[in-house]
Design a protein around this ligand. Structure first.
Ligand code: NDP
Ligand code: MG
Length: 385
C-alpha cells in the first residue's frame, strides 16, 4: 500500500526536496495534498505532475489560485484553517510539515490528534510548544526532518534513555564563522543569505547566520529526546558531514555521518523505518579525514545563549524567543535593522513580556501575538533613533 502524503509548504526548500524524493519512488508514495503560501504557479506545476486531490493556498493568494487552478479535479482550500484542514484529511497517512515558523504549530497538533504520522521540518512548532506536542505524539508518530534530529534519532535507536550522557549538536557556523562583533555589525542581507553548506529558505538561512537556528535546534532536541538542556552541546563543525553524535555513559560515541543533503532525512521520515536507495554518495575517507570541531563563540553570537536560557526557564520563554526572532529576521531581510540587532530585539522582547509558566495552545497564541507586537515596537523605536 502506498503512503498517502500531504505536504504543507510544498513550494519551499524542504517541500521541493520532499517532492524530489516522492518523484523517485512513485511505487511507495502518493501525493494527496499540497500547499503553498503564495507560489501558485509552482503549486500548479506540481498539481499537473502529481494530480493531488487537495490544494491549499493562503487567503492572499486565493484569487490567483482560483483562476489558475480552476478544475473539478482538485478541491482548493484556503482561509484561516486550511493547513489544519489538510493536516487532518481522512485520506492522508503522513503529513510533512514544512511551512516556516509559528504557522506550523496548529497543523502539527491537529495532525497528531488525528493520528497522522507527522514528518516535521518546522522546528519552530517544537520550540514553541514542545511539551504539548510531545505529550500528544505516540511512539513513532513524530519523525524529525531537521538533519541533526534525524541523525540523533538514528543514534538513539535501541538505546536506553538513562544511558545517554550527551548529545553533540553540530553547526556549520554559517557564513560569519570567526567574525568579530564589529565585523558582524556591517554584514549585508546578501552576505547573510549565502550559507556555505546548505541551500535553504531565507528565514532558516538567517537563523543559521546568527546561530539562532542552533539555539532553536537545542530546544527542539530537549523536547524530542527528553534531554536536559545541559545534555545538549553545540559544536561548530564547518564540514557539515557529522549531523549528530551521542555520548553514552560507557564512553561510547555514536555518530551519524552523511553528505549535507536534506533528501536523506526527508526520505527516512517518509519511509520510516525503511532506507531508500537515494543515489547520494557517502562522504569519502579523504573527506572524513578533514573533520574538525570548535567551540561556538557565544559572546559574539548571543542567540545561542538566549535560546539555552529560554529552554532552561521554560514556560512561555521559547515562544517569546521564537516570535521576536521571526519578526526580527523579517525586518533584517527587509533592510530595516542591522544583523546584530536581531538577538538584541529578541533579548529585549524577552525582558518585556512577563513570564507565564505552563501555557496551553490558546495562551501560546496570545503570547506569540503579544511578543510580535512588542518586537515590532522595539524595531520602530530603533529605526527612529
Ligand atoms: P521556505 O521558505 O523555503 O519554504 C516554506 C514553505 O512554506 C513554502 O512553501 C512557503 O510558501 C510556505 N509558507 C511560508 N510561510 C507560510 C505561512 N505563514 N503559512 C503557510 N505557508 C507558509 O522554507 P524552508 O523549506 O527552508 O523551511 C521550512 C521549515 O523547515 C522551517 O521551519 C525550517 O526551519 C525547517 N528546516 C528547513 C531546512 C532546509 O534545509 N531548508 C532544514 C531543517 C529544517 P511560498 O513558497 O509561497 O513562500
Ligand atoms: Mg538542522
Amino acid at each position: 500500500m502506498k503512503k498517502r502524503v500531504a505536504i504543507l509548504g510544498a513550494t519551499g526548500s524542504i517541500g521541493r526536496q520532499t517532492i524530489d524524493v516522492i518523484r523517485q519512488f512513485p511505487e511507495l508514495f502518493e501525493v494527496v495534498a499540497l500547499t503553498t503560501n503564495s507560489n501558485v504557479e509552482q503549486l500548479w506545476k506540481y498539481a499537473c505532475e502529481f494530480n493531488p486531490r487537495y490544494l491549499g493556498v493562503s487567503e492572499k493568494a486565493y484569487a490567483q489560485a482560483r483562476d489558475l487552478l480552476c478544475s473539478s479535479d482538485y478541491a482548493l482550500l484556503s482561509g484561516k484553517d486550511y493547513l489544519s484542514t489538510i493536516a487532518t484529511l481522512p485520506e492522508v497517512d503522513v503529513v510533512v510539515v514544512a511551512v516556516v515558523g509559528f504557522a506550523g504549530l496548529e497543523p502539527t497538533i491537529k495532525a497528531l490528534k488525528a493520528g497522522k504520522i507527522v514528518a516535521l521540518a518546522t522546528k519552530e512548532a517544537l520550540v514553541v510548544a514542545g511539551p504539548i506536542i510531545t505529550s500528544l505524539a505516540r511512539k513513532g508518530q513524530l519523525i524529525p526532518i531537521d538533519s541533526e534530529h534525524s541523525a540523533a534519532m538514528q543514534c538513539l535507536v535501541g538505546e536506553r534513555q538513562e544511558d545517554v550522557s550527551l548529545l553533540y549538536l553540530p553547526a556549520s557556523g554559517g557564513p560569519f564563522r570567526g567574525y568579530t562583533y564589529e565585523q558582524l555589525k556591517n554584514v549585508t542581507v546578501e552576505q547573510a543569505l549565502k550559507h556555505p553548506k546548505w541551500n535553504m529558505g531565507p528565514k532558516i538561512t538567517i537563523d543559521s547566520a546568527t546561530l539562532m537556528n542552533k539555539g532553536l535546534e537545542l530546544i527542539e532536541a530537549v523536547h524530542l529526546f527528553n534531554l536536559k538542556p545541559e545534555q545538549v552541546k553545540v559544536v561548530i563543525h564547518p564540514q557539515a558531514l557529522v549531523h549528530a553524535m551521542v555520548l553514552f555513559k560507557d564512553g561510547s560515541l555514536k555518530a551519524h555521518i552523511s553528505q549535507p543533503d536534506m533528501r536523506i532525512p526527508i526520505a527516512l521520515a517518509l519511509a520510516y523505518h525503511q532506507r531508500l536507495p537515494l543515489n547520494i554518495p557517502a562522504p569519502t575517507l579523504q573527506e572524513l579525514s578533514s573533520i574538525s570541531f570548535e567551540e561556538p563563540d557565544e559572546e559574539t553570537f548571543k542567540a545561542l545563549r538566549l535560546a539555552r536560557n529560554a529552554v532552561k526557564e521554560g514556560g512561555d520563554r521559547p515562544c517569546v524567543l521564537n516570535a521576536s526572532n521571526e519578526v526580527a529576521v523579517e525586518s533584517f531581510l527587509n533592510g530595516q535593522i542591522p544583523f546584530t540587532a536581531i538577538p538584541e530585539i529578541v533579548e529585549e522582547t524577552l525582558n518585556k513580556i512577563p513570564f507565564t509558566a505552563q501555557p496551553d495552545l490558546e495562551t501560546l497564541q496570545e503570547i506569540d501575538a503579544q511578543a510580535r507586537q512588542t518586537a515590532k515596537q522595539l524595531i520602530s523605536k530603533m529605526q527612529m533613533t
